[in-house]
Design a protein around this ligand. Structure first.
Ligand code: BES
Ligand code: MN
Ligand code: ZN
Length: 507
């Protein structure tokens, strides 16, 4: 992890191995380019033109400085048309830079100055992009594949009017966001042979003790006593027993009703007896992406300490076929007493979440958020860039969508169309666990809705976003950490709204 600093003097005056300045499409000079011109006695823009570099998005060009600048090299990064440069573009550009910058020991950059909008959001996005972009999952590599040096110092050169002291706090806050998302990535990337429900519970406990959260792990006997038929049923085909992870954060007054979060924690989804074809099973270690995001959010919340109460209850089972596995046609009884007919054991996420949602709803929280890699249908509808959101409260949905946009994890609302409840009616139980093929993401959400009562609730279907088979701007192949940062931001936004702070803190 590099150390960060924020300064408000010219970047070109800084001691660093690499100086990074942005240009807009044209090419047109971005912040800091003129200082480089002056120091080198050349025109950077003319040089770019001579080399047919137009400044389009994420285009790189480097110039040696031959001793005329403190930095040995200047790296120019294209940001595309000036009018389009927002925080998220800074985050993504920083993600690309992270890979390049790793061959230098120290960098200084004016990049965050290029975003229109506030300094704070731009600095936050830059730090996230740089840290998340540098993420590697090396746990199973016998030799690190790093090429030489590691980035150990990053200096953000801000505009003269920027408040460096406040922005240093922004850096610290963004670091918590990024580190938490990276922990979620680690959990998701860890193969299911190692990342069992018990492993998830132990990791949650370790985290809780580290950051000071209250934690309670429910094991099989307690789950039986509590009537958690969904969590137990889905897990009954596996030798790795299920767990239920309860976390509590008390940042608000004792009397204040908490926010509740949960996430689908299927450590491996083979489909069970309704077994998946091999090509659809390859990445099913990622089926606890929702749980990982919820855990990561709790970690960040515990560190950032917003003035609000938050509880989390996360179900974790492994969905395997065996002589003891749940059969299609079995009826299970969920926590709270509702029954469901399991016609397809591959629609298991909703079964474990039903228990968790009923458990949380019984505590009468102010709202419930859940994240789940729930349906292929949601991926068909929205692709891999955005999660789908459904729920029973428009304002809540809007606030979650806003939080997602703020952190560069966009979502889109799908309708919780009550008429389709007819598709999940069961002749023998309260509800059945599959609908028809068309509108599968909605049927799944309607199933979940049965268990929240009238608690305001929003469900994020993150099947497309939690894990990606192609690398992106600031993630490699594999876990993305999505939607952990959305949850963190949502909670921070809620806390800020509920109790406007008296002091103008760095937020
Ligand atoms: N975990 C899967 C959904 C999934 C698919 C996540 C692809 C990530 C990538 C889920 O448990 C599942 O199997 N859903 C079924 C539901 C169906 C049986 C009603 C699906 O989407 O096909
Ligand atoms: Mn499944
Ligand atoms: Zn699943």
């Amino acid at each position: 992890m590099p150390t960060f600093d924020v300064i408000t003097t010219p970047a070109a005056d800084q001691e660093a191995d690499l100086l990074i300045v942005p240009v807009y499409q044209g090419p047109e000079a971005g912040p800091g380019v003129k200082d480089v011109d002056r120091a080198l006695g050349v025109s950077v823009i003319d040089t770019l033109r001579d080399n047919r570099v137009t400044g389009k998005l994420n285009e790189f060009f480097s110039l040696p400085t031959y001793g005329r600048l403190h930095a040995k090299t200047v790296l120019v990064i294209g940001l595309g048309p000036k009018a389009e440069v927002d925080d998220d573009r800074i985050r993504r550009a920083a993600g690309h830079l992270a890979r390049w910058a790793s061959r230098y020991g120290s960098i200084v950059t004016t990049l965050p100055q290029a975003a229109r909008g506030g300094a704070e959001d731009a600095v936050h996005a830059f730090v996230e992009g740089l840290l998340l972009g540098a993420y590697r999952f090396t746990r199973y590599k016998s030799e690190p594949d790093e090429d030489g040096r590691r980035l150990d110092r990053v200096v953000i050169a801000g505009a003269p009017k920027w408040d460096a002291k406040a922005l240093r706090k922004t850096v610290a806050r963004a670091t918590v966001y990024a580190e938490s998302a990276m922990w979620a990535r680690d959990l998701v990337n860890t193969p299911a042979g190692d990342a069992t429900p018990d492993y998830l519970a132990r990791e949650a406990t370790r985290m809780a003790n580290e950051v000071g959260l209250e934690v309670k792990i429910w094991k099989k006997p307690e789950l039986e006593k509590g009537g958690f038929g969904g969590i137990l049923g889905v897990g009954q085909g596996s030798d790795n027993d299920p767990r239920f992870i309860e976390l509590r954060y008390a940042g608000g007054p004792r009397s204040e009703v908490p926010i509740a979060i949960t996430g689908k924690g299927i450590t491996f989804d083979s489909g069970g007896l309704s077994i998946k074809p091999a090509d659809q099973m390859e990445w099913m270690k990622s089926d606890m992406g929702g749980a990982a995001a919820a855990l990561a959010a709790m970690r960040a919340i515990a560190i950032l300490k917003p003035r609000i109460n938050v509880i989390a209850a996360i179900p974790s089972s492994e969905n395997l076929p065996s002589g003891g596995a749940l059969r299609p046609g079995d009826v299970i009884t969920h926590h709270g007493g509702k029954t469901s007919e399991v016609l397809n054991t591959d629609a298991e996420g909703r079964l474990v979440l039903a228990d968790a949602l009923a458990f949380l709803a019984a505590q009468k929280p102010q709202l419930i958020l859940d994240a789940a890699t729930l349906t292929g249908a949601c991926m068909v509808a929205l692709g891999e860039d955005m999660w789908g959101i459904m729920g029973n409260d428009r304002r809540l949905i809007r606030d979650v969508l806003d939080a997602g946009d703020q952190v560069g994890e966009p979502g889109w609302e799908l309708p919780l169309w009550r008429q389709y409840k007819r598709h999940i009616e069961s002749p023998i139980a309260d509800v059945k666990n599959i609908g028809q093929r068309y509108g599968g993401a909605i049927h799944a959400a309607l199933f979940l809705a049965e268990f929240v009562g009238d608690t305001p609730w929003a469900h994020l279907d993150v099947a497309g976003t939690a894990f990606q088979q192609k690398e992106g701007d600031y993630w490699g192949k594999g876990a993305t950490g999505n939607p952990a940062r959305t949850f963190i931001r949502f909670v921070e936004n809620r806390a800020a709204k509920a109790k406007p702070r008296k002091k103008a803190a760095a937020r």
